[in-house]
Design a protein around this ligand. Structure first.
Ligand code: ZN
Length: 308
């Protein structure tokens, strides 16, 4: 063959090699893209990645090959499970509810408040009645004293988060736990009692937490905590001013057929009429034959249903 002919052959071979390499690379890239998309979808929708479909690759091999678990880790995917080591309580509860007994649990959210909570505690003491306080974080001397009073006078103290800032606490499970821990630690440090029950700001399902509530509930339940919604609203936060007569009426004349009432009140700043209404409410409930007690984790919770 002539030199020219040899040159042609060599050029052809080189072209063939380049074409096959490019095709191979394109296939690998396409496979990788598909896999990456599947992971993305899985994480977005269900947070479940089924590794079995991808053969016998170890997590490290996957990691090295796609950097995917690196991405997952850097996104903080479920690493809250290994944080907040103080947020564990014994889930040794045993429900002791008697369905034939008429019983009412008065619960107060958003306190303590130096005026309202103090007055409410006075009233409860006067009638020798125990209640439940789902508190937020306060660090003034007056409110620190009230955390103590709540515990010392035999009431139950539960967590309602530190900031009560919906946008902040419902941003992620991590954000929720972080805020919850701040409140729980404050209560424990001041009273010596570690709260075991809690109430979600806005209730367990609301428009702020709809994307994250199930995950928060699962995580809090895994840590042993019990949450309580309510089946009677006192309506004391339905407007900036609610007359105490209206609050009395809401509590005494709603759900009259219920043997077990968990009533939502607010003792935060601005809820003077709630404190005003309390004596009449206690007298009314006792006249209707209700026992009044504080919640403990041995009381079966009232929980809002999950959204469809
Ligand atoms: Zn609240």
């Amino acid at each position: 063959m002539s030199v020219r002919a040899w040159k042609r052959v060599i050029t052809l071979v080189v072209i063939l090699i380049i074409v096959s390499l490019t095709a191979g690379l394109a296939m690998v890239t396409a496979d990788r893209k598909t896999l990456e998309n599947e992971f993305d979808e899985a994480m977005k929708n269900e947070h479940i990645v089924d590794l079995s479909e991808y053969g016998q690759m170890t997590r490290e091999e996957m990691d090295g090959l796609f950097g995917y678990f690196g991405k997952v880790k850097s996104n903080g995917f479920m690493d809250y499970q290994t944080k907040y080591s103080n947020l564990y309580v014994e889930n040794d509860f045993q429900f002791t509810d008697n369905p034939d007994e008429k019983i009412c649990y008065l619960t107060f959210d958003d306190g303590p408040d130096r005026n309202n909570t103090a007055r409410i505690l006075d009233t409860l003491k006067e009638y020798d009645v125990k209640a439940t306080f789902f508190v937020i974080y306060k660090d003034y001397k007056e409110e620190r004293e009230l955390y103590k009073r709540i515990v010392e006078e035999g009431h139950t103290i539960g967590v309602h988060t530190a900031s009560h800032n919906y946008n902040k606490i419902y941003a992620s499970v991590d954000a929720y736990l972080d805020d919850f821990e701040r409140c729980s630690d404050q209560v424990e440090q001041i009273t010596g009692v570690k709260p075991e029950i809690f109430r979600f700001p806005g209730g367990s399902v609301n428009s702020y937490n709809v994307g994250v509530y199930m995950e928060i509930i699962a995580e809090m339940t895994r840590r042993g905590y019990t949450y309580y919604d309510w089946n009677i609203g006192s309506g004391d936060a339905s407007a900036s001013y609610v007359a105490s007569s209206k609050i009395v009426d809401n509590v005494l004349n709603t759900g009259k057929s219920l043997n077990k009432k968990i009533v939502l009140f607010h003792d935060g700043t601005g809820h003077k009429t709630t404190a005003d209404a309390l004596p009449q409410i206690i007298e009314g409930l006792l006249a209707q034959g209700y026992k009044i007690e504080a919640l403990t984790k041995d009381v079966e919770p009232v929980c809002f249903g999950y959204m469809d």
